[in-house]
Design a protein around this ligand. Structure first.
Ligand SMILES: NC(=O)c1ccc[n+]([C@@H]2O[C@H](COP(=O)([O-])OP(=O)(O)OC[C@H]3O[C@@H](n4cnc5c(N)ncnc54)[C@H](O)[C@@H]3O)[C@@H](O)[C@H]2O)c1
Ligand SMILES: O=C(O)C[C@H](O)C(=O)O
Length: 229
């Protein structure tokens, strides 16, 4: 089962939950974990628009697990402590739409193109690897809980006025021509304070970016169509 196979079940669940959020806690910061995130975030946006409560600063697709995976795999290859590693992951949360920017990874490591390609693929396939290993018994749970806690904590820090809280998230965006896109986001008292740009990309990452756009757009449009029909 892929994240897109989950659409038929989860689209309706997300719709119902978002209608309830709009009614009972319209000012909540919504951290959307349910898959396919590339579609469920646009669904949520449309449901909130219908209810007159949409605030793009308060709706987040949780892509932190992609960052956790990219950091972990990079640390292993670069032989550096994972706690010191930073890797932005942009795009979306499924297959090739997950684009780790290892050219911006810190600390710097001298990895070959082959190693970087393998790390990218491992990050993109990390969720599928777990889903297949669990053979119908669910998806990543502990690592998702960890990633969800990191992101929720970052949102709370932002709300509490802690400065310079930055995490990657799938949000309404003008970073590319796509209406939603994951990139680094500065979090603050209103949720999203600033959607940060991509920074300099390697040729391999530029190629990955162009490849992911049609797939990501089609998932976004699928979500919008479901919520507006
Ligand atoms: N964003 C990410 O990085 C990420 C990572 C892991 C899992 N996920 C997604 O998180 C979701 C949950 O995954 P899981 O492996 O924990 O699944 P799971 O099947 O173990 O758990 C789903 C839970 O949702 C409950 N549920 C079903 N219908 C509901 C409804 N209408 N209202 C409220 N609750 C309902 C079920 O009873 C069950 O407890 C999936 O969509 C999965 O793809 C996302
Ligand atoms: O891959 C999945 O379907 C589950 C989740 O999105 C994950 O990244 O582990």
């Amino acid at each position: 089962m892929t994240r897109d196979d989950l659409f038929n079940i989860n689209a309706g669940i997300v719709k119902g939950l978002c209608e309830a959020i709009a009614k009972h806690c319209p000012k909540a910061l919504v951290n959307m974990i349910s898959n396919p995130v590339n579609s469920t975030v646009p669904i949520a946006a449309e449901i909130f628009k219908k209810a007159g409560t949409y605030d793009p600063k308060r709706l987040f697709g949780v892509t932190t697990l992609d960052v956790v995976r990219a950091k972990t795999f990079y640390a292993g290859k670069a032989m550096v402590p994972v706690a010191e590693v930073n890797v932005p992951v942009v795009g979306g949360h499924a297959g090739i739409t997950i684009l780790p920017l290892f050219s911006q990874a810190t600390p710097k490591a001298n990895l070959s193109d082959e190693e970087l390609t393998a790390l990218t693929k491992r990050t993109q396939d990390g969720g599928t690897e777990v889903v297949e290993a669990k053979a119908g018994k669910g998806s990543a749970t502990l690592s998702m809980a960890y990633a969800g806690a990191i992101f929720a904590d970052a949102c709370l820090k932002g709300l509490n006025g802690v400065p310079d809280v930055i995490e990657c998230s799938f949000v309404q965006s003008t970073v590319t021509e796509l209406p939603f896109f994951a990139s680094k986001v500065r979090l603050g008292k209103n949720g999203v304070e600033e959607v940060l740009g991509l920074g300099p990309l390697s040729d391999y990452e530029k190629e990955g970016l162009e490849k992911l756009k049609p797939e990501l757009l089609s998932s976004i449009e699928k979500g919008i169509k479901f919520a507006t029909q």
